[in-house]
Ligand binder design. Structure first.
Ligand SMILES: O=P(O)(O)OC[C@H]1O[C@](O)(COP(=O)(O)O)[C@@H](O)[C@@H]1O
Ligand SMILES: [Mg+2]
Ligand SMILES: [Mg+2]
Length: 349
């Protein structure tokens, strides 16, 4: 690896003396410090036995927490206590924590993403979103996190996988840093990642097929029909069940990810959280030339109604995300599916 270190990259991006930029840079450095502690824990082994015991409780969403989730939450919170952060919100906390009341930033974190993969030795990660803190004498810290995602100043995620990786966007472009054992720090590996506009790879949990609405089923049916169907080309499928790993793959080789709403109890707005997952992922994806929607509307324009709100999520290569929206809004995509669809230009991407 020969790219800039994370530190050098951050100082080059704040070289114009932009104060808030320097504060954001300080936050990213603290997040990186916490991530390296998580990396150590993850690398020490036997996570299933050590962290998957009976100590886990239930988080604000009612998910069963594993101990590593809670430990990561505590770690990120304590690292951010030494950063210019006023409010800290976490998937694992019911309410945001108040840190430095004089600071201008707020940070939302999914401390451990992909937690069902912990004991499977499959990539897991931490997702983060940095926003301007909303403050006032009687303002609830939660207000900081109820801003639309288009107000994010920075967002990204760490992956604890074969490589420890940081994917980061400060707004213009998305960069990928990999932890270098030799240098003992994150080093830039991919500059300004660009997601291919067109793709033939989709990611969705197919076991939920019967619970999806028709638009999603038809979209997937058409991918599965491959070269004999309306898409006239074969598609490949991936499902890691780890949002961070899935996003990374899409950043480096394109694709589309879907976690739609479905008919199961608790899944009527999908599974993923707007504040902790969809917003930061959408920020990173858009800044790499991709798109992210709730199937129809741009994620970054949604105004969160509550901290732990879930949202259907579709993101990745632009043309494919736009196509998913057409299945939801254009009756031609659903109503006029003739047996000869393969001959019709209408359905071609
Ligand atoms: O097990 P499912 O329903 O396929 O869901 C997998 C999805 O859930 C998540 O694990 C949710 O995140 P958490 O692990 O932070 O709860 C995503 O990483 C992943 O995309
Ligand atoms: Mg998650
Ligand atoms: Mg989580």
């Amino acid at each position: 690896m020969s790219g800039a270190t994370l530190e050098a990259y951050l100082s080059s991006r704040t070289a114009n003396g932009d104060d808030i930029g320097q504060e954001v840079a300080a936050v990213i450095q603290r997040l990186a410090t916490a991530a390296l502690v998580v990396r150590k824990i993850v690398n020490q082994g036997a996570l299933g036995t050590a962290f998957n015991g009976t100590g886990g409780g239930t988080n604000a969403d009612g998910d069963l927490q594993k101990d590593l989730d809670v430990l990561c939450d505590e770690l990120f919170l304590s690292c951010l206590q030494e950063a210019p952060v006023a409010h800290y919100a976490s998937e694992e906390l019911e309410k945001p924590a108040l840190l430095d009341p004089t600071a201008r930033l707020a940070v939302a974190v999914d401390p451990l993403d992909g937690s069902s993969n912990i004991d499977g030795n499959i990539s897991i990660g931490t997702v983060f979103s940095v926003v301007p803190a909303v403050k006032g004498p009687d303002t609830d810290p939660a207000q900081s996190f109820l801003q639309p995602g288009n107000r994010q100043l920075a967002a990204g995620f760490f992956i604890y996988g074969p490589q420890t990786t940081l994917v980061l966007s400060l707004g213009k472009g998305t960069e990928i840093f990999i932890f270098s054992n030799r240098l003992g720090c994150f080093v830039e590996a991919y500059k300004s990642v660009s997601i291919p506009e067109r793709t033939s790879e989709f990611a969705i949990n197919m076991s939920n097929y019967r619970h999806w609405e028709e638009a999603v089923r038809l979209y997937v049916d058409d991918c599965l029909a491959g070269s004999e169907g309306p898409r006239e080309r074969d598609f490949n499928m991936r499902w890691v069940a780890s949002l961070v790993a899935e996003t990374y793959r899409i950043l480096v080789r394109g694709g589309i990810f879907l976690y739609p709403a479905d008919g199961r109890k608790g899944y009527h707005q999908g599974r993923l959280r707007l504040v902790y997952e969809a917003n930061p992922i959408a920020f990173v994806i858009e800044n790499a030339g991709g798109a992210a929607t709730n199937s129809i509307t741009r994620i970054l324009d949604l105004v969160p109604e509550n901290l732990h709100q879930r949202v259907p999520l579709a993101f990745g290569s632009q043309r494919e995300v736009a196509r998913v929206a057409r299945y939801h809004v254009d009756p031609n995509m659903i109503g006029e599916r003739a047996p000869l669809f393969g001959k019709r230009g209408l359905f071609r991407a």
